[in-house]
Ligand binder design. Structure first.
Ligand code: UD1
Length: 369
C-alpha cells in the first residue's frame, strides 16, 4: 500500500485536492490516502462549503492553524504537522498550489526525508512582493516530483536548475475538478436567487494584498467599478480579507452609492462556478479564476501587473490590465459589444491531470524507501 498524505490549507487548494482524492479513491488496494487540513482557511464559506460541494471527506487531521502573520502561520503548520508525519510515516506528501500551508508542509516533510510532490509547480510571476511567489520558489526547490500545469512552468524550473527527470508536465488538476463538477454547477439556483440573467452581468473578485491592503489601490479600483457598473451589473462575492479592509479603510460610504455594484458574501464552489460560466465577463485578481475562465471561454480582465499563468493570455481569454482605468474600461466595452477575447484550450487541460499524476506516483513510489 502506498500511503499518501494530501495537504489542504486554503480555499484554492480544495478543488485541487478534490481532483487528486477522486483519483486516489480508484485504487483502494494500492493507495491509502490521508487528508490533512491545516485550517489556514477555517470558516464555513472559505472551507466547509468547499468540502461539502466537492464531496471531500472529513479531514483525517485538522491542524487548526487559523489566520496569523506569515511567519506565525507557516511556523504553526510546521509545528503541528511534524507529529502527524512522524506518526503516519507516509510514502509521499502531496502539496498543491502556492499558499503558506503549501510551503510549510513541503518543508516539514522534506526535513523528515519524506518525498514531496508539488502539484502546480513551476509557475512564476517574477514578482517577489507577492507572498505566493516565495512559496512557489521554495516549495519547488525542495520537492521531488514537480507536476506542471503549463509549458512555461517547465521552462522556469529548468532555468532554476531543477533536474529534468523531476519535472512532469501533466496538465491542470483544477480543470479536472471544474469538468467533473460542471453538470452539478449548472443546476445551481444562484442566478435566480440573485435575480440575474445569463450574460447580463459581470463578476468581480478581489483579494490580493496589493489591491485591497493599500487604500489608494482600493480606491482606484472603486473608481473603475463606478464606471463599469453604469454599463452592466457587477456581482461581487467578497473575500473575508477584502471585507476586513473595507471596514479598516471605511469604504462602505464609497461603495453603497454604486447601485449596480452588488456585494454578496463569498460563495461555495458550485454557485461560484455557475456565476462564472454565465457571466458576460469576469474581473479578478485571483490566479485560479484566470484559468477557469479560459476553460469556460468567458473573457477575463485580470487586475494585476503580472501573471504566473501566461498560457491564459497566450491561448486563453485572459487580459492583464493592472489598475489601468482606460484599459479596463475599453476592454470591458469591447466585451459588451461582443468583441471579447476568444480563447483556445491549453495543452493537457483535459480533465485527466490527476490521472497522470497518480499513475506517475504509483509507478515511482511503490518501491520501499
Ligand atoms: C490566502 C493565500 C492566497 C490565496 C487566498 C485565497 C497565502 C500567503 N495566501 O490568502 O495565495 O489566493 O488565500 O483565498 O497563503 N479569513 C476569514 N476566514 C477564513 C480565512 C481568512 O475570515 O476562513 C480572513 C482573516 O481575517 C484573515 C484574512 O481573511 O486575516 C486573510 O486570510 P489569509 O489566509 O491570511 O490570506 P488570504 O488573503 O485568504
Amino acid at each position: 500500500m502506498l500511503k499518501v498524505i494530501l495537504i489542504a490549507g486554503a480555499r484554492p487548494n480544495f478543488m485541487k485536492v478534490s481532483a487528486l482524492y477522486e483519483e486516489v479513491r480508484k485504487y483502494p488496494r494500492k493507495i491509502n490516502p490521508i487528508v490533512v487540513h491545516t485550517g489556514q482557511h477555517f470558516d464555513r464559506r472559505m472551507s466547509h462549503l468547499f468540502f461539502h460541494d466537492l464531496n471531500l471527506p472529513k479531514p483525517d487531521y485538522y491542524l487548526n492553524v487559523g489566520s496569523l502573520s506569515h511567519a506565525q502561520q507557516t511556523a504553526k503548520v510546521l509545528e503541528r504537522l511534524e507529529p502527524v508525519l512522524l506518526k503516519e510515516n507516509p510514502d509521499i506528501v502531496i502539496v498543491v498550489g502556492d499558499v503558506n500551508s503549501t510551503v510549510a508542509a513541503a518543508l516539514c516533510a522534506s526535513k523528515l526525508n519524506i518525498p514531496v510532490a508539488h502539484v502546480e509547480a513551476g509557475l512564476r510571476s517574477f514578482d517577489r512582493t507577492m507572498p505566493e511567489e516565495t512559496n512557489r520558489i521554495l516549495t519547488d526547490a525542495i520537492s521531488d516530483y514537480l507536476f506542471v500545469t503549463e509549458e512555461a512552468g517547465v521552462r522556469n524550473l529548468l532555468k532554476e536548475g531543477v533536474s529534468r527527470n523531476k519535472i512532469h508536465f501533466v496538465g491542470n488538476v483544477m480543470i479536472d475538478t471544474l469538468k467533473a463538477q460542471q453538470k452539478k454547477a449548472a443546476e445551481s439556483s444562484i442566478l435566480k436567487e440573485l435575480s440575474l440573467q445569463e450574460k447580463k452581468y459581470a463578476l468581480l473578485t478581489l483579494h490580493r494584498p496589493s489591491n485591497v491592503d493599500n487604500k489608494e489601490s482600493f480606491l482606484n479600483i472603486l473608481k473603475i467599478l463606478e464606471t463599469i457598473q453604469k454599463d452592466i451589473t457587477v456581482i461581487w462575492p467578497v473575500h473575508p480579507r477584502t471585507d476586513k479592509m473595507i471596514d479598516v479603510f471605511r469604504l462602505k460610504s464609497k461603495i453603497s452609492p454604486l447601485k449596480n455594484l452588488k456585494m454578496i458574501p463569498a460563495l461555495g464552489y458550485l454557485d461560484f462556478l455557475k456565476l462564472m460560466a454565465d457571466a458576460k465577463f469576469v474581473l479578478t485578481d485571483s490566479g485560479g479564476i484566470q484559468e477557469e475562465t479560459t476553460i469556460l471561454n468567458v473573457p477575463c480582465l485580470t487586475l494585476r501587473e503580472n501573471t504566473e499563468r501566461p498560457v491564459t493570455i497566450s491561448m486563453g481569454t485572459n487580459v492583464l490590465t493592472g489598475q489601468n482605468y482606460r484599459k479596463i474600461i475599453s476592454e470591458s466595452r469591447n466585451i459588451l459589444k461582443g468583441k471579447g477575447k476568444k480563447g483556445r484550450i491549453p495543452p493537457l487541460w483535459d480533465g485527466l491531470a490527476s490521472q497522470r499524476i497518480i499513475a506517475i506516483l504509483l509507478k515511482n513510489c511503490s518501491q520501499p524507501r
